[in-house]
Design a protein around this ligand. Structure first.
Ligand code: ATP
Ligand code: MG
Length: 242
């Protein structure tokens, strides 16, 4: 039986709130308003995953599906320097792909099975999971079709997380919705995109928001083994930290 591993977020506080970081064999969803650090967290974890276990890593490679064109190798190199790893090597250990539409997003995921079969990978980033579904299925009356296709994608991602012992890290946008269901709404009446299908697929959900000054706040919204609690973090040149 495969042993599940926890991978650090870069912030000790946030790791503590998550009982040691994000777990392999599960889907972890990070959502929040723009510039709260979702993409920065994805970059930070893309480096930390490569580190030895005693540094919070998993000695693993990373697959990165980018739907918004916000992946920056220069950021990977800066974060690599923080942890004392070779910047070029850090980039080489990331299998990067840009998805332009939902069909491509699903095809890329399928294609990664060959990479994952090597058992060298421990992190799959999807930044962001919903943006292309929202543009490809934006018409009236397309929501149920969207949710069906999204469900297929999420089932495949869940299956891969379990089969290949991966942390799946999905970022998600918030929709402004004054009438948002109390189940998902943050204090500001925003809720993550994707509806119940995504809510059910995510093992752990983290709501990010801006705090005082440079501070950011992460709230664990939905976790099988952590209480609802908050942690603060900051974004630096070296990525997410305390
Ligand atoms: P969006 O919803 O628009 O995708 P996001 O949650 O992905 O937003 P990020 O791109 O992760 O947001 O975070 C952007 C923030 O990260 C910027 O506001 C900036 O403050 C910070 N940031 C980016 N690069 C650096 C850096 N090199 N040093 C310090 N802070 C940085
Ligand atoms: Mg982003």
């Amino acid at each position: 039986r495969k042993k599940c591993i926890r991978i650090s977020t870069g912030s000790k506080q946030l790791d503590a709130a998550l009982n040691g970081g994000f777990q392999t064999m599960s889907i972890n969803e990070v959502y929040g308003e723009f510039r709260c650090g979702k993409t920065q967290l994805a970059h930070t974890m893309a480096v930390i995953t490569q580190l030895p276990r005693e540094m919070g890593g998993a000695e693993g490679k990373v697959a990165y599906i980018d739907t918004e064109g916000t992946f920056r190798p220069e950021r990977i190199m800066e974060i690599a320097e923080r942890f004392g790893v070779d910047p070029d090597q850090a980039c080489e250990n990331i299998a990067y792909a840009r998805a332009q539409n939902t069909e491509m997003q699903a095809e890329l995921l399928d294609g990664l099975a060959a990479n994952f079969a090597t058992n060298e990978y421990r992190l799959l980033v999807i930044d962001s999971v919903m943006s292309l579904y929202r543009t490809d299925y934006s018409g009236r009356g397309e929501l149920s079709e969207r949710q069906q296709v999204l469900g297929q994608f999420l089932r495949r991602a869940t299956q891969m997380a379990e089969e290949f012992n991966l942390v799946v890290l999905m970022t998600n946008q918030v929709m402004s919705d004054p009438g948002a269901s109390a189940l998902f709404a943050g204090a500001d009446g925003r809720k993550p995109a994707g509806g119940h299908i995504l809510a059910h697929a995510s093992t752990t959900r983290l709501l990010l928001r801006k705090g005082r000054g440079e501070e950011r706040v992460a709230k664990i919204v939905d976790s099988p083994d952590c209480p609802e609690r908050e942690a603060t973090y900051i974004i630096t040149t070296g990525g997410i930290t305390d």
